[in-house]
Design a protein around this ligand. Sequence first.
Ligand code: CU
Length: 100
Amino acid sequence: MNRIIRIAAALALTMSLAAGAIAAEGTSISGEVKKIDESAGKITLKHGPAKSLGMEEPMTMVYRVKDAAMLKQVKVGDKVTFEAEEATSGYTVTKMQKAK
Ligand SMILES: [Cu+2]
């Protein structure tokens, strides 16, 4: 009996983790790197609509990056998917990876 409860609990945890991952995925934005300014910790991205950021139209704009190392992982012309948040210092990229 105890064993079944443990399995059920493990399953419930796994499912809630999976649901969280899907929700986070929904906020990722497709874009293209237009410019990188490593000394300023900024990147210019051309991107499609990003409703999570209140950007209904495609645009090209400058973002800060949460971690300067992110700028070394991409180069101008790369297609990327990223997540961003609106911070007091400006829009900040929190996650970025090359699009496959
Ligand atoms: Cu934008």
